[in-house]
Design a binder for this molecule. Structure first.
Ligand code: 2P0
Length: 355
């Protein structure tokens, strides 16, 4: 029998950009995000009569193997599986596809290997070991992921701090370039840690930015939330711009979209932007303003298309069926030869340890 699950992307308003421990993938400081609704990763899992596992994976095989290894170690279940992981939005372009894919995978593995009985905090640990930001996609609405201090991350936990209805927000993703980014987040964070003079400064402002963001939500103050989000995002990109060699994800369309958002705000439209490890600009606004923003953003030079989503309480969930618009499963040959080689070399039983 095949089971289906999905998890949405999440977008940080106060960013995670550095680790305090790479082995356990623990963040240096806490982050605060919004969980989306429609930009989702879908996972289908079926048991196989014998091994090895079969994969159809849109994402990073090393990260996926780490999640599977942790799930098997915790559940003591080595049932061979056919696993399909599909994004229904562009991968690797700073739209948080690794967050949604690792969250969906961890969530589905709990159902496949443990009948859904694993505590969510443990499922979050599997997801975190795949991709730190994935933890946040397991929780609804406005989510705080606390860095904690425990060396093994026992206090590194996420929780939903507000439901989506606290401050209803639409999100418009301005796609400037949907190709996979030239340097991934994990490597970019390391380079910033090792070479950027403003890395420590960025983390020093974290507590105050979190306090401001939580207060803005508490008081339903969109302007204050936008201000701290934009400042935090630009501070993170300044850290990257000062790394050696510099990391600059921005493209002409990125700058143009920022200018459009600022101009619209001048005209009285409540909106703000945030940008992750890629050139694409996410714009947040109250739903009533989405049509006006859409009009302005789709005519912004360098913006190739718009994707629409909203802050939501949906989070990761089991699904009754597989969406018709996604490629069929079970897995065939949808991963590249390079990925196949990596997976077949690491997909041995019992698991040989973290990838
Ligand atoms: C965030 N990003 O808070 C920040 C802002 C990108 C920019 O979390 O190394 O893919 O796998 O833990 O989770 C992207 O980092 O990194 C990220 P790893 P991840 O959303």
């Amino acid at each position: 029998m095949t089971l289906y699950a999905s998890a949405p992307s999440n977008i940080a308003l106060v960013k995670y950009w550095g680790k305090r421990n790479t082995q356990h993938n623990l963040p240096l400081t806490s982050s605060f995000s919004v969980t989306l609704e429609t930009m989702r990763t879908w996972v289908a899992i079926s048991p196989l009569s014998d091994g090895p596992d079969r994969w159809a994976l849109y994402g990073n095989p090393k990260k996926a193997m780490r999640v599977l290894t942790e799930a098997r170690a915790f559940t003591h279940n080595s049932q061979p599986l056919a696993i399909s992981v599909h994004n229904d939005f562009p991968s690797g372009a700073g739209l948080a596809s690794s967050a949604s894919s690792m969250a969906a995978l961890a969530f589905a593995l709990d159902i496949a290997l443990n009948d859904g009985n694993t505590p969510l905090s443990e499922v979050a640990r599997w997801a975190r070991l795949g991709s730190g930001s994935a933890v946040r996609s397991l929780y609804p609405g406005f989510v705080l992921w606390e860095a904690g201090q425990d060396p093994e991350g026992r206090d590194c936990i996420a929780q939903s701090r507000f439901h989506a209805s606290q401050l209803p927000l639409d999100l418009i993703a301005c796609v400037v370039d949907d190709r996979t980014k030239p340097i991934g987040s994990t490597e970019a964070m390391e380079r910033c840690r090792d070479t950027s003079p403003s890395y420590a400064q960025f983390h020093a402002r974290n507590a105050d930015d979190l306090r401001r963001a939580l207060h803005a939500l508490q008081t339903q103050n969109l302007e204050a939330l936008g201000q701290v989000s934009e400042e935090n995002c630009l501070a993170m990109h300044a850290v990257m711009h000062q790394a050696q060699p510099p990391i600059d994800y921005f493209q002409d369309g990125t700058h143009a979209a920022i200018a459009t958002v600022r101009a619209l705000r001048q005209q009285g439209l409540p909106c703000f932007f945030t940008i992750d490890a890629g050139p694409n600009v996410k714009v947040l606004c109250p739903p009533a303003y989405t049509p006006a923003l859409r009009k302005a953003l789709e005519h912004t030079a360098g913006v190739t298309r718009l994707l629409f989503d909203r802050v939501s309480d949906s989070a990761a969930r089991q699904e009754p069926t597989w969406p018709a618009h996604l490629p069929a499963h079970p897995p065939s040959n949808t991963i590249s030869p390079q990925q196949t080689a990596l997976l077949s070399s690491t997909t041995s039983f019992p698991p040989t340890g973290a990838a």
